[in-house]
Write a protein that binds this ligand. Structure first.
Ligand SMILES: NC(=O)c1ccc[n+]([C@@H]2O[C@H](COP(=O)([O-])OP(=O)(O)OC[C@H]3O[C@@H](n4cnc5c(N)ncnc54)[C@H](O)[C@@H]3O)[C@@H](O)[C@H]2O)c1
Length: 253
């Protein structure tokens, strides 16, 4: 699917990997609607995009929020052909620790935002994509979900996060199969360590130490590199049903 003819919704688009994807898509001629809870950053980025951008304050866990955000996008841009899911949160707690068993509330919150929020968004985006005229390749839409290398090599304290990202990996193929009839493709990206606000706050020493764990190149990922892969998934019609690691060959110890 040509990026220049795309109208994309990007959850988590106010910041980090989603923000970089929004920049890449708009530079390629796409229209982009940012769905995020961070109003200040989302509005500032959408303002940079002028008529090609829209920000809608949206909590991906809410069906009502999503329906209204999708309606606003359709009113403004006329269609939705791409859905990129980057909204996500982290958590650090062990299954059993000094303070007792893992909080069930925290576990549920992480699963709710990262996994259910992704599914909530894409199922409603598909309802809009289904209305599109198929292009020459028979495509009506493309979905890009964000997993993590923690889906495969999760570390201590990452049980909730890894479970949520494992869920993203696991649902990729059945969604591709479900949506083939409609001409909609889906892939997931499993990033390694990327220099987003999350890591920027940790300081240079920690960033340098994490960088040594990457096989090559010996640095954290640049969010722009995530945006490049998201765009490739949109543009390459034969990519479907797959999770792609984007990680400089890191394997978390
Ligand atoms: N940065 C990394 O190294 C890395 C590695 C692997 C996976 N990931 C994943 O990539 C995605 C983006 O992460 P990032 O590093 O860009 O983080 P980030 O914090 O910069 O961006 C995440 C965005 O999601 C938004 N968000 C959080 N909860 C939301 C909700 N309920 N509804 C709508 N928006 C919500 C936040 O406001 C924020 O703008 C996440 O799913 C994360 O798990 C990141």
């Amino acid at each position: 699917m040509k990026i220049s003819e795309s109208c994309a919704i990007i959850t988590g688009g106010s910041s980090g990997l989603g923000g970089a994807t929004a920049r890449n898509f708009v530079a390629g001629g796409a229209k982009v609607a940012i769905f995020d809870t961070n109003v200040a950053k989302g509005e500032a980025l959408a303002a940079e995009f002028g008529e090609d951008g829209l920000f809608v304050q949206t909590d991906v866990t809410s069906e009502e929020n999503l329906k209204s955000a999708i309606k606003k996008t359709l009113d403004q841009f006329g269609k939705i052909s791409v859905c990129v899911n980057c909204a996500g949160i982290g958590a650090a707690q062990k299954t059993m620790g000094k303070e007792g068993p893992h909080s069930l509330g925290l576990y549920r919150t992480v699963l709710d935002v990262n996994l259910t929020g992704t599914f909530n968004t894409l199922r409603l985006a598909v309802e809009a994509m289904e209305e599109n005229e198929p292009n020459a390749d028979g495509e009506r839409g493309v979905i890009v979900n964000t997993a993590s290398v923690a889906a495969f090599d999760g570390q201590k304290g990452q049980v909730a996060y890894s479970a949520s990202k494992g869920g993203i990996v696991g649902m990729t193929l059945p969604i591709a199969r479900d949506l083939a009839y409609y001409g909609i493709r889906v892939c997931a990206i499993a990033p390694g360590l990327f220099l987003t606000p999350l890591f920027e706050g940790l300081g240079q020493e920690v960033v340098d130490s994490l960088s040594t764990q990457v096989t090559f190149p010996k640095r954290l990922g640049d969010p722009a590199e995530f945006g490049m892969l998201a765009r490739t998934i949109v543009e390459n019609p034969y990519l479907n049903g797959e999770t792609i690691r984007l990680d400089g060959a890191i394997r978390l110890p």
